[in-house]
Design a protein around this ligand. Structure first.
Ligand SMILES: C[S@@+](CC[C@H](N)C(=O)[O-])C[C@H]1O[C@@H](n2cnc3c(N)ncnc32)[C@H](O)[C@@H]1O
Length: 247
């Protein structure tokens, strides 16, 4: 396992290697928010212009269990975990998080409705991911995010976001596209970080890929730690972080 050195004085750190291997070395109660977006166990390698990663059809809940136990340990008592998954594994991961954090610590089962993509002749088209939001302790920090209101009556105003987050997936022409497969949109991570991490808090993403979570965290003055098995992913994350003014 190697550490990819951060720029001196920068508020971010990138760690190259296995998520669990690094998680077990991190100190207790050090993070306000852990967001993780592990491979979805699709059974298909994920490829993009910026690189590729394996995504074997494994028992994701069982393979993530040791990491989730470490995540509970590294979270502050007012901290929270956001586990990004989809229809394949969401039900099992929710049982895992119920076991590790307690069913009463489930704050939201968020739906990320991304819209883009084709239709299906034999079923409703799958157009959302699931994000499981659990608190580490009895109290958690939350700042309700506001989004533009859609109704004609409230045109030009904002309203509180609901548990259905209507945010488009990154399109092929988007400026933010890095070429890393399954890169999540900054708009989604900005909303999640701002809502779930106190200003100046500490954010960890143990499957950080192209670094979207870290960019969202650093932009708002938080510190950010990212882990990824892929050096290609970390090169992209590093480039994005270095590109942030003042980071
Ligand atoms: C779904 S992608 C994350 C995408 C990221 N949220 C973004 O916006 O770019 C999953 C990432 O997990 C990484 N990965 C797979 N197995 C891993 C492991 N055991 N430890 C750390 N990272 C791993 C892959 O290299 C990939 O970058």
């Amino acid at each position: 396992m190697t550490t990819q050195a951060a720029v001196a004085g920068a508020p971010w750190t990138l760690l190259a290697g296995d998520a669990f291997g690094h998680l077990r070395t991190l100190p207790d109660a050090a993070f306000d928010l852990v967001y993780l977006d592990p491979p979805f166990a699709t059974g298909r390698a994920r490829r993009g212009a910026g690189g590729a990663f394996a995504d074997p059809a494994i028992d994701l809940a069982e393979s993530l269990r040791p990491s989730v136990l470490e995540i509970r340990r590294v979270l502050r008592p007012t901290g929270a975990i956001l586990l990004h998954c989809d229809w394949r594994t969401c039900h099992r991961l929710r049982v895992l998080l119920d076991e590790v954090f307690g069913a009463d610590r489930l704050i939201n089962h968020l739906i990320w409705s991304y819209g883009l993509g084709g239709s299906a002749p034999d079923r409703f088209a799958r157009k959302h991911d699931d994000i499981l939001y659990y608190a580490a302790g009895a109290e958690h920090w939350f700042d309700p995010p506001r989004i533009p209101a859609r109704s004609r009556r409230l045109a030009g105003h904002t309203k509180k976001a609901t548990d259905v987050l209507d945010i488009p997936a990154i399109n092929n022409m988007a400026h933010e596209r890095t070429g890393w497969p399954t890169q999540k949109p900054l708009a989604l991570l900005r909303l999640l970080v701002e809502a779930c991490c106190p200003p100046g808090g500490a954010v960890l993403d143990p499957f950080c890929g192209s670094g979207t979570t870290l960019v969202a965290a650093v932009e708002r003055g938080s510190s950010a730690t990212g882990i990824d098995l892929s050096k290609a992913a970390l090169r992209i994350a590093r480039r994005r972080l270095v590109g942030l003014a003042g980071a």
